[in-house]
Design a protein around this ligand. Structure first.
Ligand SMILES: O=C(O)COP(=O)(O)O
Ligand SMILES: [Mg+2]
Length: 226
């Protein structure tokens, strides 16, 4: 029996919901480039990929505020400057996703789920407008029936609303659904929705080991779930 089937008492889940950044794709090089373009336009020094990696996961507005603060704690950032900076960032990030890559093992797992008629969704805190274009650019455009961005619904992860929304649309109960993610927000959202959660060890999670959040399963590659 596969590690995944063990979580579902011998069968496969009917629905697998995926986080995007840090789980399916390594998007930080493009996000960091857009952050650094924004900082440069404001006359500030670049942040660089390593720092931006720890700031991703709460959506674009929070990423920009963290970049302006130079730290994960963005209290004290001026709201109107943050709004201006966000507009610059969104424009810069619209330039494409040339530096974004699919993680090893992700494509194999998606193909395997598709072959087994498992329904799939992406639930990300990334703004909705970037999700389909990014998936298309990296060759993952054809796998998902539902794409929920950080601004699609009134709340974003760790709120479980997006998971509950997709589960309702598919008509799948919590016990037959799985969430796969890289960060604390993913685990909190999955737990709040009552669904099992697999974490990947290679993602972002603000520089903290995701094992500390006690996922139901922790894998170094999505191909380990096949
Ligand atoms: O903060 C982001 O934009 C990325 O979020 P994700 O990890 O939920 O895909
Ligand atoms: Mg993520």
């Amino acid at each position: 029996m596969t590690a995944l089937a063990r979580l579902f008492e011998g069968r496969l889940p009917d629905l697998v919901m995926f986080d995007l950044d840090g789980t399916l794709v390594d998007s930080v090089p493009d996000l960091a480039a857009a952050v650094d373009t924004m900082l440069g336009r404001l006359g500030r020094p670049p942040a660089g990929v390593e720092r931006v990696r720890d700031w991703v996961g709460n959506g674009a507005a929070v990423l920009v505020r963290r970049a302006l603060a130079g730290s994960i704690d963005h209290n004290g950032v001026d709201d109107s400057q943050a709004a201006d900076a966000l507009a610059i960032f969104l424009e810069a990030y619209s330039g494409g996703h040339d530096l974004t890559t699919v993680y090893p093992g992700a494509l194999d797992f998606l193909d395997w789920l598709q072959d087994n008629a498992v329904r799939m969704a992406v639930i990300t805190n990334k703004p909705q407008r970037f999700v389909q274009p990014l998936l298309d650019e990296v060759g993952l455009g054809g796998y998902f029936d539902w794409l929920i961005g950080g601004d699609t619904l009134p709340t974003q992860k760790p709120d479980p609303a997006a998971l509950l929304h997709v589960m309702g649309e598919v008509g799948v109960v919590a016990g037959q659904a799985l969430f796969v993610g890289d960060s604390r927000n993913d685990i909190l959202a999955a737990r709040a929705a009552g669904v099992k959660v697999v974490a990947v060890s290679y993602g972002y999670n603000h520089g903290e080991p995701i094992a500390a959040e006690n996922p139901d399963l922790l894998v170094d590659s999505l191909s380990a779930l096949i």
